[in-house]
Design a protein around this ligand. Sequence first.
Ligand SMILES: Nc1ncnc2c1ncn2[C@@H]1O[C@H](COP(=O)(O)OP(=O)(O)OP(=O)(O)O)[C@@H](O)[C@H]1O
Ligand SMILES: [Mg+2]
Length: 137
Amino acid sequence: MKTQSCVEVKNEWGIVAARQAGRTLSKEIGFGTVDQARITTAISELARNIYLYADEGQILLEAVEKPFKMGIKKGITIISKDVGPGISDIRQVMMDGYTTSSGLGAGLPGVRRLMDEFEIESIVGEGTTISATKWLR
Ligand SMILES: Nc1ncnc2c1ncn2[C@@H]1O[C@H](COP(=O)(O)OP(=O)(O)OP(=O)(O)O)[C@@H](O)[C@H]1O
Ligand SMILES: [Mg+2]
């Protein structure tokens, strides 16, 4: 079982490949079809942002586990990494409707809603790393 994958995103095909890798891994972990769709939608939004705003980057997917009650909880972590322009005001980009392109500004707030954990680290001029995790319940 492949528990980790890294997809290069620099064109539309990379976005498709990242989605497919996310569907395969989330299915292997045991997510149902509705959660698989939530996870692939989140991956799409992050990959689309890489392509649009940073030109290129990577989507890393990882099966994760943490202790929970008497056993373990399984989940998936999506990491989006780029060395693009970075984000100066993270609070602003997390607001519904905020966009610097012709988008809806729904991507990042959407990803936060679709996943259980969400974190952005970004330095202007250095790039952006976004990490999002969803737990199996
Ligand atoms: N990887 C990134 N690097 C630099 N800026 C980014 C990155 N991802 C998002 N942003 C900035 O955050 C803004 C909001 O992103 P978000 O995905 O929420 O909306 P959008 O891409 O503008 O529109 P939508 O995703 O709804 O089509 C973007 O307009 C862009 O300015
Ligand atoms: Mg977007």
